[in-house]
Design a protein around this ligand. Structure first.
Ligand SMILES: NC(=O)c1ccc[n+]([C@@H]2O[C@H](COP(=O)([O-])OP(=O)(O)OC[C@H]3O[C@@H](n4cnc5c(N)ncnc54)[C@H](O)[C@@H]3O)[C@@H](O)[C@H]2O)c1
Length: 372
């Protein structure tokens, strides 16, 4: 708690909205006597809800759905640019409905999300490769798509609206960043910041709907999530897929970029807590595993060691501005939700590799720049 009060004091002196700062400060203070304790294995139960998930076919939410589907009705709204749901064994579950649609189509969104209890908004253009290919689409989908989903949220009596931002909003040097650390907008023209700014703008918009329309929002900022089912970009899955075949692993830049790696099951546990716990409403959370930290070069070496691979590690010129250092401060999630990531890197890599080994044939090709 101490950390928040100190940081909020700093926040309101840096030109932030003093009223909002004080509001949230008082809320957190009043909460401080009832820390939420949860231990790994506590099952958080969401029951009998109608849950609408944009980007539900993607890596994170297709995994989340496995935890929700038995006791709830789930609607996926996704344009299927990426598809991690089709290889889940609950893909044909009678409680699951898949609507192919674009978040830029507000009429279809409104039609599809009638009378829902919970909205989880994860649809986004993610990954540097995508942003380089189409910065316009990145900005439009991430900003205008979020604006559309928030607008249709107003038509429902929602119990929760979960929004996914990104750790990228904290810029190039993000050491133990907490939820009210300064965000960064970077230089115009750098693909990396195009993505970060599109997410940051949608984060501000989401919080504004909480202030103005009392939509019960929660913003989650994932810090490098990996695990079974990831098919987009993401260094671990690319390194693992290469290492399993003993193919060259490419590192863009000098490889000393530092990251914290969070296994998908930990992320899912935290989303469930955000859905369940009233203290999450109106809050943002930096979610990652601050103990599973290594450089990108170190990660390639760990993957090769854990998987006993003969891959060579090859360095290539960097692609765009990079994040030098990114480790989350996770005290707020621990204090308010009882969340702490549990799965260490070796274990997570082993579990992820087992999954890729079993699903190689179903994997889409890696983006060109990662291929041989
Ligand atoms: N995985 C991570 O480490 C990470 C890190 C930071 C932020 N995030 C954010 O978390 C969320 C989920 O991430 P993920 O890893 O599951 O990503 P993902 O790319 O696997 O999933 C995103 C989904 O959105 C869908 N989509 C894209 N454009 C769409 C559109 N216009 N209309 C409808 N659907 C569309 C895609 O088809 C995909 O299924 C995203 O918002 C992402 O930006 C993830």
């Amino acid at each position: 708690m101490q950390a928040y009060s100190k940081s909020f004091a700093v926040d309101s002196t840096t030109g932030g909205d003093a009223h909002i700062g004080q509001d949230r400060f008082l809320f957190i203070q009043s909460f401080s006597t009832e820390k939420f304790e949860s231990k790994k294995g506590d099952s958080v139960m969401i029951n009998g809800k109608k849950i609408f998930i944009t980007g539900g076919a993607g890596f994170i939410c297709s995994t989340l759905i496995g935890k929700l589907i038995e006791r709830n009705d789930v609607i996926i709204y996704d344009n299927l640019d990426r598809n991690s749901i089709n290889n889940k064994d609950y893909f044909n579950h009678s409680n699951l409905r898949l609507i192919k649609g674009d978040v830029l189509d507000i009429n279809k969104l409104a039609e599809s999300a009638k009378d829902v209890d919970i909205i989880i908004h994860a649809a986004a253009i993610a990954g540097i490769d995508n942003t380089i290919k189409s910065p316009v689409r990145t900005m439009r989908v991430n900003m205008l798509g979020t604006a559309n989903v928030l607008e249709i949220a107003k038509n429902n009596k929602l119990e929760r609206f979960i929004d996914f931002s990104t750790s990228e909003v904290f810029g190039s040097h993000a050491f133990k960043v907490d939820e009210i650390s300064e965000t960064s907008i970077g230089a115009v023209g750098e693909a990396r910041w195009t993505y970060a700014v599109s997410k940051l703008a949608s984060e501000h918009l989401t919080y504004s709907y909480y202030k103005e329309y009392q939509i019960p929002i929660v913003t989650i900022r994932p810090f490098n999530i990996y695990g079974p089912g990831q098919i987009g970009e993401g260094a671990i899955q690319i390194f693992i897929r290469k290492a399993l075949k003993n193919e060259d692993i490419y590192i863009f830049g000098d490889g000393n970029q530092i990251r914290a790696w969070c296994y998908i099951d930990d992320m899912i546990e935290c989303i469930l807590l955000c859905l369940e716990h009233k203290n999450a409403i109106g809050e943002s959370f930096n979610i990652g595993n601050a103990r599973a930290v290594t450089t990108i070069y170190g990660l390639a070496q760990i993957v090769c060691r854990v998987l006993n691979s003969k891959s060579n590690i090859i360095f290539k010129p960097e692609l765009s501005a990079d994040i030098e250092l990114r480790i989350p401060g996770t005290t707020k999630a621990k204090d308010l939700l009882g969340f702490q990531a549990q799965i260490d890197l070796d274990d997570g890599i082993r579990r992820t590799a087992e999954w890729y080994q079993a699903h190689f044939d179903e994997m889409p090709e890696l983006p060109k720049m990662f291929q041989k």
